[in-house]
Design a protein around this ligand. Structure first.
Ligand code: AMP
Ligand code: MN
Ligand code: MN
Length: 326
């Protein structure tokens, strides 16, 4: 499965010595996994790597030891690296403040989002890949990097989280084979699963209860939506990070095809998450609002009030669902 993008990446790596490797803001498991795996791999071949994400360290990965290598929201000097590699990011603004380096140093983008328009100076885009972590695995294998249990565990994390622990439609035999290879090399699957799935704060359940009270079902129960306000976060002792898993709960409901969750980040800043089960194209919907993602999971941020955001987005989603269903 060697493709042009991977060959380009190899040449790029040979060309430079010091890399700034950037993940996306509000990092998820795939972002952290692909960033760290690439950093480990490149250091094995004597490259200097600064892994960076312009967000605070997510609480859920607090005890994940390898994460201490990542620079979170740090100031980085242009003189400290020769070239950039960006992972798991469909648009430039996902780099946060490191976007300012674009045009000053070359940027190679490794990504698997269908909404990515190849915005890097150089790109390896594989929309068939389950995760950016899968792409990094293929790349490191091709380079001949030997996996130890730490690298195997780190690399497996992104494959686990982006496939919903091997439940989503991006779970192929090929993904399972890679997972099996990583487990053979000593990846600790249950450590990762327990960290992500059995590490909830009780406050998240209070938030779930509040969010559940606001649920609305339309289109014969095929479209579900709900919202979380700053007040609800405050009342339950949560931050917006604690809301990350709740969209999955909405999608899990019987008869639902599309789920939408609105989370208030600021007075007029609403993060919108979209999920679908079988046929609705969430990526297209997110793009209409300046966001991105995948067909079954996407998101965007709107700068308006909660009422305006809900009214507009639900209307658009309903129209698109009716049209696509025909
Ligand atoms: P989330 O609902 O935040 O878990 O995001 C679901 C998917 O949508 C992920 O693959 C994200 O990469 C993508 N996504 C979320 N928000 C944005 C955004 N503002 N711009 C581009 N992609 C996004
Ligand atoms: Mn991601
Ligand atoms: Mn991903």
């Amino acid at each position: 499965m060697t493709d042009d993008g991977m060959i380009g990446l190899k040449q790029y790596i040979n060309q430079y010595d010091r890399f700034l490797v950037v993940g996306h803001i509000d990092p998820d498991g795939d972002c952290i996994s692909s960033l760290l795996s690439l950093a480990y791999g490149l250091r094995r071949i004597q490259k200097k790597v600064i892994p960076a994400i312009d967000s605070p360290r997510p609480a859920i990965f607090e005890r994940f030891q390898p994460i201490s290598q990542i620079h979170f929201s740090s100031d980085i000097d242009l003189d400290d690296f020769d070239a950039i590699i960006t992972v798991d990011s469909s648009t430039a603004d996902r780099m946060g403040k490191y976007e300012r380096f674009i045009g000053k140093k070359q940027n190679f983008v490794i990504d698997h989002h269908v909404t990515n328009l190849k915005w890097g100076d150089l790109n390896w885009l594989d929309v068939e890949a389950s995760s950016a972590a899968e792409m990094i695995y293929r790349f490191l294998k091709d380079l001949g990097i030997e996996y130890d249990p730490v690298l195997a565990t780190v690399n497996l994390l992104g494959i686990q989280t982006d496939t919903g622990f091997f439940k989503y439609s991006n779970t192929s035999w090929y993904v399972m084979e890679i997972a099996a290879e990583l487990i053979k090399k000593g990846a600790d699957t249950s450590y990762n699963a327990s960290m992500v799935l059995e590490n909830n704060r009780v406050e998240e359940f209070y938030l779930l209860a509040e969010m559940a009270k606001k649920i609305q079902l339309t289109l014969d129960g095929t479209l579900i939506y709900s919202y979380i306000t700053l007040e609800m976060l405050d009342k339950t002792g949560c931050t917006y990070e604690d809301a990350a898993g709740l969209i999955g709960e909405l999608r899990s409901i019987k008869g639902v095809e599309t789920a939408i969750l609105f989370t208030q980040m600021g007075q007029e800043e609403i993060k919108v998450s979209f999920r679908s089960k079988k046929w609705f194209d969430c990526a297209k919907l997110a793009i209409d609002y300046g966001g991105g993602g995948h067909q079954r999971a996407s998101g965007c941020t709107l700068y308006q009030t909660m009422e305006e955001a809900i009214q507009q987005v639900v209307e658009t989603a309903s129209c698109q669902m009716k049209r696509e269903k025909q």
